[in-house]
Design a binder for this molecule. Structure first.
Ligand code: NAD
Length: 395
């Protein structure tokens, strides 16, 4: 099949197998060109197939030499339609890991479910004995609770309606947007999906099964951002979930003190990922931020962020925290010289000066790249097999 991008709203419904493979290969090459980081052996990554989770898995494996198990919720191809990008990324990750003799297995299923937790525990018990690092990088739109009810997360503000600018990416225009506040029920559901409850369920399940190593480390990801995005993010429904995540980290470190578990939350930079493109206001902010950080030589993508997190924060002895349980790799984004320039551009930006003040081309480039399109070294006119197996799942 000759595969082309089909973009609908915030999502591309096709993915290019060879392009995704190339995207993974380039991320691996990046970490291999950096000094090695050590300090983790058996790493479980929950949400391992795209974005920050994939970059964490690549760093753990190809920089620290860790064995990895990755959990994801992706679609294989049915022979007619392409698989999802995360499926192809994982197939490529396992292929490159095997080339270097690195253990890599993946489980495709709903991470919120008991069944996937049990399958993972069995695999850890059989292959490793215990896990010493758990990265929780889920970005999910919904969660089915143990009683069968399905709750959804929303990307809304809280308290009162919020009006600001946003970008209409398809038409490349700056348009006003008003976001209605989430109801209390919507906030509660967002906390259920994106807060710390399921993260803690994983840690409790691993501990109860006796497969959590002594002095293990666990880490989840959050975003804070500048005041400009606070009504949509930090003080929005997603921010309420992230606050819960943070409190869960502190709670877990206390509750599991006897086995030496340390739980961290890493505050990462705003990036184009499948999850972040859907948040109103944030993509315009991100496009401006890209322009400024590129001009200042400070721009990082998922892999640069995750390598810096592992090498310079998490795996340092002791880890470089804010004094509590936060690791900050949003430090460059939040530098005052960066944010002053962002605020200036934000005040002035309109459809007419959009390309001058924001990196919309760069935004689109990364968007397409997530689905394996627009990469150099890939022949997009070639007829490719869309049905690509993931080695450990095909077994
Ligand atoms: P992403 O959409 O690229 O990745 C999400 C991952 O979760 C994928 O591997 C997907 O398969 C998996 N997943 C989703 N639902 C699942 C389910 N039910 N069961 C199993 N796996 C499931 O997202 P991302 O942007 O990399 O986000 C990861 C984390 O980083 C999130 O907590 C997010 O809030 C945080 N973060 C993102 C940004 C950003 O700008 N993108 C910034 C800071 C922090």
């Amino acid at each position: 099949m000759i595969v082309e991008p089909k973009v609908r709203g915030f999502i591309c419904t096709t993915a290019h197998a060879a392009g995704c493979r190339e995207n993974v290969r380039q991320q691996i090459e990046y970490v291999k060109a950096q000094p090695k980081c050590g300090g983790c052996k058996n790493v479980l990554v929950i949400g391992a197939s795209t974005g920050y989770g994939l970059a964490s898995r690549i760093t753990a494996a190809f920089s620290a030499g860790a064995k990895t198990i990755g959990i994801m919720f992706e679609k294989p191809s049915n022979g007619k339609k392409t698989a999802s990008a995360g499926w192809y990324n994982t197939a490529a990750f396992e292929e490159f890991a095997a080339d270097e003799g690195l253990y890599a297995k993946s489980i495709n299923g709903d991470a919120f479910s008991q069944a996937v937790k049990e399958e993972t525990i069995e695999l850890i018990r059989k292959d490793w004995g215990s896990v010493d690092m758990v990265v929780y990088s889920l970005a999910a739109p919904r969660r089915t609770l143990p009683d069968g009810e399905t709750v959804s997360s929303v990307l809304k503000t809280t308290k009162e309606a919020y009006t600001n600018k946003t970008i209409d990416l398809a038409n490349r225009t700056v348009v006003p947007v008003t976001i209605e506040p989430a109801t209390q029920e919507e906030i509660d559901h967002t906390v259920k999906v994106m807060g710390g409850e399921d993260w803690k369920d994983w840690i409790c399940a691993l501990s109860k099964a006796g497969v959590l190593a002594e002095n293990a480390v666990t880490m989840a990801y959050t975003y804070i951002g500048p005041e400009l995005t606070h009504p949509m993010y930090y003080h929005g429904s997603i921010g309420a979930a992230k606050d819960h995540l943070y409190r869960t980290a502190k709670e877990m470190t206390k509750e599991f003190a006897e086995c030496g578990l340390k739980a961290y939350v890493s505050v990462n930079k705003a990036l184009v990922t499948q999850a972040s493109s859907a948040i109103p206001v944030v993509p315009l902010y991100t496009a401006i931020l890209y322009k400024i950080m590129k001009q200042m030589g400070l721009q990082e993508g998922c892999i640069e962020q995750m390598y810096r997190l592992f090498a310079q924060k998490l795996l340092k002895e002791p880890p470089v925290t804010d004094g509590e349980c936060m690791l900050r790799v949003d430090d460059w984004e939040l530098r005052s010289d960066v944010q002053e320039k962002v605020s200036e551009a934000w005040e002035k930006i309109t459809t007419e000066n959009l390309d001058e003040l924001a990196d919309v081309d760069g935004y689109w480039e990364e968007f397409y790249r997530m689905f394996g399109f627009g990469l150099p070294n890939v022949d997009y006119s070639a007829d490719i097999d869309v049905d690509v197996p993931i080695a450990s799942i095909a077994e």
